[in-house]
Ligand binder design. Structure first.
Ligand code: SF4
Ligand code: SF4
Length: 372
């Protein structure tokens, strides 16, 4: 029951490498990035191309471990390994990489990565008060200056407005998709939606819009006809599941669950909140609101999870963390407590990119889904 739009997504992804290198030949600069906090509107307004570089594969971890400790988040190691091995076409296409001071591991890894690729690191303050917001606004201004310098293109008000509208359009379409997934049965599998989020970090923005528009039309039809997938409705919350890392969603949907929502950077944190206005400050304010566990006192995230559980009529929550991701692991205790207080079933899963725990995870998730 694959939709044509998902087939189109896979096709566009298969062609993306070639398209990106062609865009580069035409003189466009490529900006690599590792985080949902990087305001892509600014990069696009300089006629440059943003691409997500977070690694989701195990293969590049051994080469990364020559420099990095073993007890470090697999996303960080996989990403670094891709650059060191020079095996990621998106990394190799990147003229410059934008990092950020989010979690400790990533930020310290950037100090090593600087030796491999030109980098610019944005200072994301971890507090959420006004003085921190002021710092962040200045960081976004600095990014604008950097994009202008690297591309040689002036970011005009018109160009910025055009790109704010375009990226807001993507958000609007993801909101529509979110609404459609409230239906019973669920009109689309979580695995297909995960791919959509993963590829949204890599595809040309116009292609993402095209796929989303097609998908929404198809899903509206499905919902009208009452077609879709039955199963225990699951919300995933926690670390991002970047391209190459589909393990948990695959298992959940294999053992009788259907993922209907993701509180994650490959999920709601990617599209929630519009940029309201066209100034640098308006852009900065939208990104500053992202409730990542790297921030201090992140209670908005807990409230979001509770709201999503109700709104999507979820049967159970899978709290997903990557090994050694201290921020999401520690925050997990607060989230678990808050959900249990409301009688919402929750299971905590900590894993890496290897296949070695697959059977064990399957047994645990199967038991959880049977129980809820
Ligand atoms: S989880 Fe936090 S650090 Fe990771 S991509 Fe999302 S916002 Fe960035
Ligand atoms: S998953 Fe956690 S440890 Fe890994 S990069 Fe993201 S915030 Fe950092």
């Amino acid at each position: 029951m694959k939709t044509q739009a998902i087939e189109k997504l896979m096709q566009k992804f298969a062609n993306r490498k070639e398209q990106l290198y062609k865009q580069k030949e035409e003189g466009r600069k490529v900006f690599g990035m590792f985080c949902a906090y990087v305001p892509i509107e600014i990069i696009l307004a300089g006629n440059a191309i943003p691409v997500g570089l977070c690694g989701g594969k195990n293969d590049t971890i051994p080469i990364a471990e020559e420099d990095l400790p073993r007890n470090l988040c697999p996303l960080i190691k996989s990403s670094y390994g891709f650059k060191k091995a020079k095996t990621c076409p998106y990394f190799e296409a990147s003229d410059i990489v934008i990092g950020e001071t989010t979690c400790e591991g990533k930020k310290k890894m950037f100090e090593l990565m600087e030796n491999l690729v030109p980098m610019h690191v944005m200072h994301l303050p971890h507090m959420k008060d006004n003085s921190s917001l002021e710092i962040w606004i200045k960081e976004v201004e600095k990014l604008k200056e950097l994009v202008e310098k690297e591309t040689g293109n002036k970011i005009t008000e018109e160009k910025l407005k055009e790109m704010v509208d375009k990226v807001n359009k993507i958000r609007e379409l993801f909101y529509k998709l979110y609404e459609l997934r409230r239906a019973k049965p669920a009109p689309i599998k979580g695995l297909d939606v995960l791919k959509l989020f993963q590829f949204a970090y890599l595809l040309d923005v116009d292609d993402t819009i095209e796929v989303l528009e097609d998908l929404i039309k198809e899903l509206e039809e499905r919902v009208k006809k009452g077609e879709g997938y039955e199963g225990k409705r699951i919300l995933i919350t926690g670390c991002p599941m970047v391209a190459g890392n589909n393990k948990i969603v695959e298992i959940i949907e294999e053992v009788g669950g259907i993922v209907v929502g993701e509180e994650s950077c490959t999920g709601t944190r990617f599209f929630e909140n519009y940029v309201e206005g066209y100034s640098i400050e308006d852009i900065a304010k939208r990104y500053f609101k992202i409730p990542c566990a790297c921030r201090f006192k992140n209670d908005e995230r807990i409230e979001n999870i509770k709201r999503l559980v109700k709104d999507l009529d979820v049967d159970g929550v899978v709290y997903y963390t990557l090994q050694y991701c201290h921020t999401f692991n520690v925050e997990g205790a607060k989230v678990e407590e808050a959900l249990k207080e409301e009688g919402i079933p929750v299971i905590r899963i900590e894993t890496d990119y290897s296949e070695s725990d697959k059977e064990q995870l399957k047994t645990r998730l199967e038991a959880f889904i049977e129980m809820i």
